[in-house]
Design a protein around this ligand. Structure first.
Ligand SMILES: Cc1cc2nc3c(=O)[nH]c(=O)nc-3n(C[C@H](O)[C@H](O)[C@H](O)COP(=O)(O)O)c2cc1C
Length: 147
């Protein structure tokens, strides 16, 4: 059993919905804590084996407002040997040049912090509802085996 932290930002509830499902699946095998970005500090991750950053894209390719400070703090932190995963949400209708930019931004953060991305990011376009019992559940089951 591993200790897993999910830090998420969500304005409209889509990312929260995805995190709830990921939590449900991972909790069958692991101890999971889910925290909103606005109530999180990057150093919270120190006491966990895996940290998942879950963030939608807003405003033409920028991070959800409460996840931006988490990202900037991550970039400055030495996370050598720390396991990480990324969940990104977006919608092609907003800006065709910045689809799911939150995933690319957090990948950069993981790289700069020297963290280890242990699974390909989970990417959800448009509403997550059709993907909750398929893509999201499958991703979480795969992650559960890797941590
Ligand atoms: C004002 C606004 C701007 C957005 N800009 C982008 C964008 O640039 N790129 C993208 O892929 N999605 C964009 N989105 C789509 C959101 O990322 C998507 O709806 C996501 O599911 C919202 O997550 P949330 O409900 O957890 O806040 C935008 C949504 C809104 C409302």
């Amino acid at each position: 059993m591993a200790k897993i932290l999910i830090i998420f930002g969500s304005n409209g509830g889509n990312t929260e919905m995805v995190c709830d499902k990921v939590n449900e699946v991972l909790s069958k095998e692991h101890e999971v804590t889910v925290q909103r970005g606005e109530l999180s500090n990057i150093d919270d991750m120190d006491s966990y084996d895996l940290t998942i950053f879950a963030c939608p894209t807003y405003g033409q390719g920028v991070l959800q407002m409460h996840m931006a400070p988490i990202y900037y703090a991550l970039r400055k932190k030495d996370c050598t040997g720390k396991k990480m995963a990324i969940i990104g949400l977006g919608d092609a209708k907003y800006d065709k040049y910045h689809h799911l930019e939150s995933v690319k931004i957090f990948e950069k953060g993981v790289h700069e912090s020297k963290g280890e991305l242990i699974i390909d990011p989970l990417k959800i376009m448009r509403s997550p509802i059709p993907f909750i019992d398929s893509t999201v559940t499958q991703w979480a089951e795969n992650l559960s085996k890797l941590v």
